[in-house]
Write a protein that binds this ligand. Structure first.
Ligand code: ATP
Length: 234
């Protein structure tokens, strides 16, 4: 880990939600340089909402959010300029080909190909015609190609074959080994625990458990059978 002692992003007692109803309550979490952090929990626990708050898409109702050490409510485009990459749903422009998706993301093709050489023969294919795995490789290449400090990714591996999931997670791990901080919402619990340094488990908008994969592994079977999505292939 490249932990320099300062979180890239942190929340203290953050509540957030839609309208007047908080979905997240008293959320304390942080991501530091060089670490991969997994954010797990059942459907509706508030994982996507957490990422949207961290990204600056959704303002906290109360509590404090610090990005790069400073409190504030910078919107996503400003955090993006300062090194925050957010890979949400529909992360590629399906009407543009691979090259143009990279261009719009201001990522050089050679940088993207150094991460995912398999995209080379797909450069002139419309992103909507790529396989699900290739689309996520493109999305991740676009996010990582600009050398962000922090990656927030929402179910990168949803619906993908196990080997592709491994491929995507390995690239995130390698980027973290170079200093990136990453927060990954993942359904492939065991796979993400294989690369994560720390884990938060959310339930009903609160952090129910936090620790290292080793600390949580003992609870994993209980976790999976009680409420995490099971993935028999992982
Ligand atoms: P999933 O795995 O199903 O995506 P999640 O843990 O990511 O779940 P969220 O998507 O953050 O959970 O949703 C948490 C709660 O907030 C849910 O009850 C959901 O119905 C509600 N919610 C999410 N988005 C909105 C929205 N735009 N407007 C109102 N309520 C919303």
């Amino acid at each position: 880990m490249h932990d320099n002692g300062h979180p890239l992003i942190e929340t203290r007692a953050v509540s957030a939600g839609y309208g007047t109803r908080p979905v997240l309550r008293d959320l304390d979490l942080e991501v530091r340089p060089g670490e991969v952090v997994a954010l797990l929990g059942p459907n509706g626990a508030g994982k996507t909402t957490t990422l949207r708050v961290l990204a600056g898409e959704l303002a906290p109702m109360s509590g404090e959010l610090r990005w790069l050490g400073a409190p504030g409510r910078a919107p996503l485009h400003r955090r993006a300029r300062e090194g925050l990459a957010y890979v949400g749903e529909r992360a590629v422009f399906s009407g543009l080909d691979t090259t143009d998706n990279l261009r719009v993301g201001r990522v050089r093709t050679d940088q993207a190909l150094s991460l995912f050489p398999e995209l080379e023969k797909r450069l002139r294919i419309g992103a909507g015609m790529l396989s699900g795995g290739e689309q996520q490789m493109l999305a991740l290449a676009r996010a990582l190609g600009r050398a962000p400090r922090l990656l927030l990714a929402d179910e990168l591996s949803l619906g993908l074959a196990p080997l592709v999931v491994d491929r995507l997670l390995r690239v995130v791990r390698e980027a973290a080994d170079q200093g990136l901080g990453a927060l990954l919402v993942e359904q492939h619990v065991r796979k993400v625990l294989g690369i994560a340094d720390r884990v938060y488990v959310l339930r009903r908008g609160r952090v129910e458990m936090a620790g290292t994969p080793a600390e949580l592994r003992a609870d994993l079977d209980a976790l999976e059978s009680s409420y995490l999505t099971k993935n028999p292939a992982s």
